[in-house]
Ligand binder design. Structure first.
Ligand SMILES: Cc1cc2nc3c(=O)[nH]c(=O)nc-3n(C[C@H](O)[C@H](O)[C@H](O)COP(=O)(O)O)c2cc1C
Length: 220
């Protein structure tokens, strides 16, 4: 797969095989991803990679929190207008693929809980940045996250960048010992994609460049 194909074909993977992913492979993926751009080469990212027992402990605690109705701790920006429309559109695509009906509360809860728990992937990566750096450094971390998705793909792995695994930050801090000096940026589920998982075949839409690009000084 070349670079162009990788970029064009990348998609969020929300269903994984149980096959474990080795530390060696994950290290290779993260090393490649770390070639990302960053302001003043600050490289403000930190990766917390989790599998096995600690991941099981996070999942158990997250489910406890859900059951007890604990308040969510990560603020996902509320969206309106065109952004709300796009959010509904991708949700419809995913629920449609998974045959989850609007009124099917049980399956909706199942779907949400999977998201919180890294989509049942064999490994999860929590990306943080040093709190001392301002929000503008989230951009750099975004770049490394996209690189991570592409580098993973080059090794046959799938990923889903997600906020859902950040729902209960105290669980991640407690189980992994993440210090208060670190700000959470995103979670990334990682593993070998399950080809039989319908949502993995969803192709999300993109706005036409005619609507997103403004051109200056060109002939036509
Ligand atoms: C910062 C960020 C947070 C996201 N959070 C979630 C999430 O919590 N749950 C989820 O299912 N997908 C999440 N996604 C994945 C997006 O829904 C997905 O990238 C978008 O719909 C485009 O689809 P694609 O990645 O398949 O191209 C997130 C993506 C980003 C960049």
């Amino acid at each position: 797969m070349n670079l162009k194909e990788g970029i064009a074909e990348r998609r969020s993977i929300r269903g994984y095989l149980d096959t474990p992913v080795s530390k060696e492979l994950l290290k290779e993926v993260i090393t490649l991803a770390s070639r990302a751009v960053s302001a003043v080469n600050a490289q403000p990212w930190k990766f917390h990679i989790v599998t096995g027992e600690p991941l099981a402990a996070i999942r158990k605690e997250n489910l406890n929190c859900i059951e007890q109705g604990c308040p969510e701790e990560f603020e996902d920006a509320a969206v309106d207008g065109i952004y709300k429309t796009r959010r509904i559109e991708i949700a419809k695509q995913l629920y449609g693929a998974m045959e989850i009906a609007r009124e099917d509360k049980e399956r909706r809860t199942w779907w949400n809980n999977r998201g919180v728990n890294f989509f049942d992937a064999p490994a999860g990566i929590i990306i943080t940045r040093d709190k001392i750096l301002g929000m503008s450094y989230n951009f750099d971390v975004g770049c490394v996250a996209q690189n991570l998705c592409l580098a993973a793909m080059a090794h046959g792995l799938g990923t889903c960048v997600a906020y859902q695994p950040l729902t209960y930050l105290h669980v991640l801090r407690e189980v992994l010992g993440i210090s208060e000096d670190e700000e959470f940026v995103c979670g990334v589920a990682i593993g070998y994609p399950d080809p039989a998982f319908a949502a993995n075949h969803v192709r999300s839409n993109r706005e036409s460049v005619d609507k997103t690009a403004c051109w200056y000084g060109f002939e036509d």
